[in-house]
Design a protein around this ligand. Structure first.
Ligand code: AMP
Ligand code: MG
Length: 324
């Protein structure tokens, strides 16, 4: 249970309302908050993160009612059903864009992304602020997402106005993003809410990384969610171990990460939600040791594992060059 310091929340809301940047905990990862309607605050947020202008932001609000009001005519029965079932929670809805958002928030596009986070500090802040707040992960663009205030301190500590520490983030990976402007709705980014849960509410769903139908979300083409250390991912354990052995024989320091009870430097849980929750902290720790290479054996290609596989594959993108 997080003890909420309402004096500090009030101060943080004032910082947001006067155009500042506030880092706050959510159940997914730490967010870098700015008022969604304040073009200059949003511009500063993009600068601080070094985020490409083509990558839109998720708008956070305190309640389903606030989301309905924000979306206006764009709110639809799918949104209502999903919100009732999963909010507050790690599900982001893409809806037609509404008024009152800085252009940069939607990357100039006709849609917006919105969610109600499930964290007492985030909710208290959104409530105190009373306005929609954008909150991408509080890290330099492309790097590992922060699941501890210390991760943020190290990466962005000097360039933000306030950091609210709420301890470790429970879910640990970014929200599931679902596009409700297409029929059937489509998962744009896998996350803590698994496709089967969405399907149970919606009936039909287009989904799946590795599936040709998955939409390309802007800004996710390059290496992302990545440690500073080069990283390679393998589906096959033996292949990974072989690569580690070869690299070590060449004198490189290599860290091996696996998802089950095997011989490795870091062993993550074989339960998807637990592995998600520990993922970024493990990668931050691995990175801190400054090895030459991180090798990871991917968990199985099954829907419950898509969020973890997606992040690890993006983090190791382009690294096949190292195999030479
Ligand atoms: P984050 O980096 O966690 O803040 O997540 C932002 C991600 O949400 C983007 O990279 C997109 O994948 C997705 N997103 C945000 N807004 C939109 C939108 N209007 N349309 C499609 N995807 C969006
Ligand atoms: Mg991010």
């Amino acid at each position: 249970m997080v003890a909420i310091d309402f004096g500090l929340i009030h101060e943080a809301a004032q910082v947001l309302l006067s155009g500042g940047l506030v880092v706050f905990p959510t159940e997914t990862v730490y967010g870098l908050g700015a008022l969604a309607g304040d073009a200059s605050a949003v511009a500063r947020l993009y600068r601080v993160k070094g985020r490409p202008a083509t990558n839109p932001l998720i708008v956070h609000v305190a309640s389903i009612d606030a989301a309905r009001k924000l979306a206006g005519e764009g709110w639809n029965p799918w949104a209502e059903a999903l919100a009732q079932r999963f909010w507050p929670g790690p599900l982001t809805l893409v809806l037609p864009r509404s008024f009152g958002l800085a252009d940069a928030v939607t990357a100039g596009g006709p849609t917006m992304a919105v969610r109600v986070p499930d964290h007492p500090v985030a909710l208290a802040l959104l409530q105190a602020c009373g306005k929609p707040v954008v909150a991408p992960s509080a890290n330099t663009s492309g790097r590992l997402s922060p699941t501890l205030a210390a991760h943020v301190e190290e990466d962005l500590g000097d360039s933000v106005d306030l950091i609210l520490d709420g301890g470790p983030c429970r879910a640990g990976v970014e929200s599931t993003v679902i596009d409700l402007t297409v029929n059937p709705p489509r998962v744009l980014r896998p996350g803590p809410i698994a496709p089967a849960l969405l399907e149970a509410v919606l009936g039909g769903l287009a989904t799946g990384p590795g599936n040709e139908t998955i939409a390309r979300s802007p800004g996710l083409e390059t290496r992302h969610y990545a440690p500073l250390t080069p990283m390679m991912s393998f589906d096959d354990y033996r292949e990974a171990v072989q690569h580690v052995a070869i690299s070590r024989a060449k004198g490189h320091s290599v860290l091996l990460i696996v998802f089950e009870d095997r011989q490795a430097d870091i062993v993550l849980s074989a339960i998807p939600s637990m592995a998600e929750s520990a993922l970024y902290a493990a990668l931050h720790r691995a990175d801190a040791g400054r090895p030459d290479l991180i090798v990871v054996v991917l968990p199985p290609d099954q829907p419950d594992w898509w969020a973890v596989r997606d992040r690890l594959k993006r983090a190791s993108r382009g690294m096949d060059l190292l195999q030479a």
